[in-house]
Design a protein around this ligand. Structure first.
Ligand SMILES: C[S@@+](CC[C@H](N)C(=O)[O-])C[C@H]1O[C@@H](n2cnc3c(N)ncnc32)[C@H](O)[C@@H]1O
Length: 214
């Protein structure tokens, strides 16, 4: 039997992608998000941090794009990184993240509004964990990740297995490779995402994706 309070977040797999709705949803969840995700055995932050550790030196500056309450920043700190900035559309989540002490800076930013208020080539690494669900314009989002990450830098992210197919995500990656914006793309087989959430379980899995920015 699946544990956690999946019933409280029934419909999570298909909530509105409108930024205001998403911000409100995650604002209301912020105080017990970490606890809930632990109940569901969410391992994506630590797996993404391991990917980044294999690809970059620990001195690298990292943007946690969609950092939420800080689970991804905590995992990066746990992997040995120390220069991490976070952005998210939910200011209540950022308040929780600020208590983690994992981040140098935290800013409210809507990643559906491009370009982001971040200079070109600002970071050596970028992680985007559990967030692409809400960013439906995949190619524009990934181009923007390339813009803010320096050449030679590394991007690591998750994409849900159902959305990987629905949004033709492999075609998006192939296009960026052809345009010589990214290289060395690694896409994992689908793996468990929220294994102890009844709605996700064995139905909705996750791909771990990493690439080098050219
Ligand atoms: C599933 S949580 C993941 C948070 C964190 N990365 C983690 O792994 O726990 C999704 C996060 O994406 C953020 N998000 C969704 N749409 C966004 C947008 N348009 N701009 C910025 N953040 C967004 C939400 O506010 C939420 O914090």
């Amino acid at each position: 039997m699946k544990s956690g309070d999946s019933s409280k977040h029934a419909g999570l797999s298909d909530i509105s992608k409108k930024s205001d709705d998403v911000a409100q949803y995650y604002d209301e969840w912020a105080n017990d998000y970490n606890e809930t995700l632990m109940d569901w055995h969410y391992e994506a932050p630590s797996k993404i941090a391991s990917m980044l550790r294999s690809a970059l030196s620990l001195q690298s500056s990292i943007l946690d794009a969609g950092c939420g309450t800080g689970l991804s920043g905590n995992a990066l700190i746990g992997a040995g990184f120390s220069s991490i900035d976070g952005i998210d559309v939910s200011d209540r989540s950022l308040e929780v993240a600020s208590k983690s002490g994992a981040y140098n800076t935290l800013r409210v930013m809507d990643m559906q509004r491009l370009p982001l208020d971040i200079p070109d080539d600002c970071y050596q690494g970028l992680v985007c964990v559990g967030v692409l669900t809400y960013l439906t314009d995949s190619i524009s989002t990934l181009r923007e990740f390339c813009r803010v990450t320096r050449p030679g830098g590394y991007v690591a992210m998750t994409q849900r297995s159902d959305l990987f197919t629905e949004r033709s995500f492999q075609d998006v990656l192939d296009t960026l490779v052809k345009e010589r914006l990214i290289a060395e793309v690694h896409t994992s087989e689908p793996q468990p995402y929220l294994p102890d959430n009844a709605e996700f379980g064995e139905e909705i899995l996750v791909h771990y994706i990493g690439y080098r920015v050219v």
